[in-house]
Ligand binder design. Structure first.
Ligand code: ARG
Length: 465
C-alpha cells in the first residue's frame, strides 16, 4: 500500500488525499450493528457471483473462487474468528475486504454490476423475510398452547367483561380462543408483508441499473424471490417493507401487551383468576409473599420499543428524495431491536400460558356476582312472554334493582319478587339464571357455548397449526 492508500479509505478513497476524521468514521460506520446481516450478505453475493459467471461477465474461474472464498469468510464469522473493522464501514465492505485477503484480486470483480445500495436493500429483505418466518412459527407456538388450554377449559366459567365491569358469564376456553384469532390475523399480516416484499432489488446497482448484461431473473430466483423489482430507483430507495414489517410487529405487540395486561390483572390478589408457574414468577426483595408477573409487565412495557421502531422508521423515510440516502442506514437497528423484542415477548408469553393454572372456583364465584345473567333474564322475557326486547330490558333492570337492594343475586329472588314486576313470570325463569345454563345457551356461531368452543378448538387446530 502506498502512503496515500493508508491515509484514505480503502473503499472509496481514490479521489481523496485525506482520510475521514474519527468522528466521520464513527457516524458513518454501521458495522457495529449490521454485522448481523453477514449470512444474507454472503448468500446474496454468492447468487450475484454465480450470475456474473453464468453470463460471462466474469470468468468461471473467478466466480468459483469468489464463491469458495465467501464460504470461508462465512465460516470465519460463524466461528467468531473474523475481525470486523470500523474503518471498513459496514458488513458489505468487511466481507469483501476479507474475501480479497483470502482469494486476491478476483475479489475485486464481485462488485461488478452492483452497488452497496442494491446490495443492502437485498440483504435486508432477505433478513426480514427470514425474521417473518421465525415470527410466524413463534406465534403459531403460542396459538398451540392457547388452543390446548381452551379445549381443557371449554366448560370453565369466567365472568366476561365489558368496560372491565362484569357483563356475562362466558367460557374460559372461548376467551383464550379470542387471542388465537388475534394472533391468526397477525400471522396473516406477516404473510402479506412477506409476499409483498418478495421482489429482488439486486442488479438495480447504485440507482440507474447497469450496462452489464446481467440476469436479474436468475439472481431473484436463486435467492427465492418471486422476481426482480421493476424500477431501479424505487428498488434502492424502497424501505416500505421495513415500515410494513414494523407495523406488523407493532400490531402483534399491541396484542401481546393486551394479553399481558390481562395476566397482570388476573394474577392480582383481588382477582385471583390465574396463577403463573414458579418459573415465570418473580419475588420481591422486601415482601416475601409476593409473586410478581414481571414477564407480563415487561411484555407490556417492551411493546413501546416496537412502536418506537415503527415511528422512528417512518420519520427517517418521510422526507427522503429519490433514490438512496444514507439516512436509510438507520433502518437496521430498529428492525433488529423490534425483532429481538417481539421474539422474546412471544417466547415469554408462550411460557407463561404453558405453565399457568386457573382458579375455576374463584372465576365462577365472581361470575355469579354482578347480575351477569341479567341478559339471560331479559332474553327469557322476550322468548317466553313475547315482550319487546326494550321492555324486557327495563323489567330486568327493575329486578336487578330489587336484588341489589336485598343484597342477593337474581337467582335468589322469590317468584313473588319476580311477579311484582311482571305477573306472567313463572318458575321456569330460574332455569336461565344459572351460569352454566347461560353459557350453554349461547350457541350462535362464534358464541361462548362450551360445545361451540370445542368445535372452535378443532377448527382453530386445523386452520392454524
Ligand atoms: N451501510 C449502508 C447502508 O446500510 C450500505 C449502503 C451504502 N451505500 C452508499 N452509497 N454509501 O445503507
Amino acid at each position: 500500500m502506498s502512503e496515500q492508500d493508508t491515509k484514505t479509505s480503502a473503499i472509496w478513497g481514490g479521489r481523496f488525499s485525506e482520510g475521514p476524521s474519527a468522528i466521520m468514521e464513527e457516524i458513518n460506520a454501521s458495522i457495529g450493528f449490521d454485522a448481523r446481516l453477514f449470512a444474507v450478505d454472503i448468500q446474496a453475493s454468492i447468487a450475484h457471483a454465480k450470475m456474473l459467471g453464468a453470463k460471462g461477465i466474469i470468468s468461471d474461474a473467478d466466480a468459483n473462487s469468489i464463491i469458495e472464498g465467501l464460504g470461508k469468510v462465512e465460516a470465519e464469522i460463524v466461528s467468531g474468528n473474523f475481525k470486523f473493522s470500523r474503518a471498513l464501514e459496514d458488513i458489505h465492505m468487511n466481507v469483501e475486504h476479507r474475501l480479497s485477503e483470502i482469494i486476491g484480486v478476483a475479489a475485486g470483480r464481485l462488485h461488478t454490476a452492483r452497488s452497496r445500495n442494491d446490495q443492502v436493500a437485498t440483504d435486508l429483505k432477505l433478513w426480514v423475510r427470514d425474521a417473518l418466518d421465525g415470527i410466524d412459527g413463534a406465534i403459531m407456538g403460542l396459538q398451540k398452547v392457547l388452543i390446548e388450554l381452551a379445549a381443557e377449559h371449554a366448560e370453565t366459567v369466567l365472568p366476561g367483561f365489558t368496560h372491565l365491569q362484569s357483563a356475562q358469564p362466558i367460557s374460559l376456553g372461548h376467551y383464550l380462543l379470542a387471542y388465537v384469532e388475534m394472533l391468526g390475523r397477525d400471522r396473516s399480516r406477516a404473510a402479506d408483508c412477506r409476499a409483498r416484499l418478495n421482489e429482488c432489488p439486486l442488479g438495480s446497482a447504485a440507482l440507474a441499473g447497469t450496462s452489464f448484461p446481467i440476469d436479474r431473473e436468475m439472481t431473484a430466483a436463486e435467492l427465492g424471490f418471486d422476481g426482480p423489482t421493476a424500477n431501479s430507483l424505487d428498488s434502492v430507495s424502497d424501505r416500505d417493507f421495513v415500515m410494513e414489517y414494523l407495523s406488523v410487529l407493532s400490531i402483534t405487540a399491541v396484542h401481546l401487551s393486551r394479553m399481558a395486561e390481562e395476566i397482570v390483572i388476573w394474577t392480582s390478589e383481588p382477582f385471583g383468576f390465574m396463577r403463573l408457574s414458579d418459573d415465570f414468577s418473580t419475588g420481591s426483595s422486601i415482601m416475601p409473599q409476593k409473586r410478581n408477573p414481571d414477564a407480563a409487565e415487561l411484555i407490556r412495557g417492551k411493546s413501546g420499543r416496537i412502536f418506537g421502531a415503527l415511528i422512528g422508521m417512518l420519520s427517517v423515510m418521510k422526507g427522503l428524495p429519490l433514490a438512496y440516502g444514507k439516512d436509510m442506514q438507520e433502518d437496521k437497528e430498529p428492525v433488529f431491536d423490534a425483532t429481538d423484542t417481539i421474539e422474546l415477548s412471544l417466547a415469554a408469553m408462550t411460557g407463561m400460558f404453558a405453565g399457568a393454572t386457573f382458579n375455576n372456583k374463584r372465576m365462577k364465584d365472581v361470575a355469579a356476582k354482578g347480575f351477569t345473567t341479567a341478559t339471560d333474564l331479559a332474553d327469557w322475557l322476550v322468548k317466553e312472554l313475547n315482550l319487546p326486547f326494550r321492555d324486557a330490558h327495563h323489567a330486568t333492570g327493575s329486578l336487578v334493582k330489587i336484588a341489589e337492594e336485598k343484597g342477593v343475586g337474581l337467582e335468589d329472588l322469590s317468584i313473588d319478587d319476580m311477579q311484582s314486576i311482571n305477573p306472567d313470570i313463572n318458575k321456569s325463569v330460574f332455569d336461565v339464571l344459572g351460569l352454566e345454563n347461560s353459557t350453554k345457551s349461547r350457541t350462535s356461531f362464534g358464541g361462548t357455548a362450551p360445545e361451540n368452543v370445542l368445535e372452535q378448538c378443532k377448527a382453530a387446530k386445523k386452520k392454524y397449526l
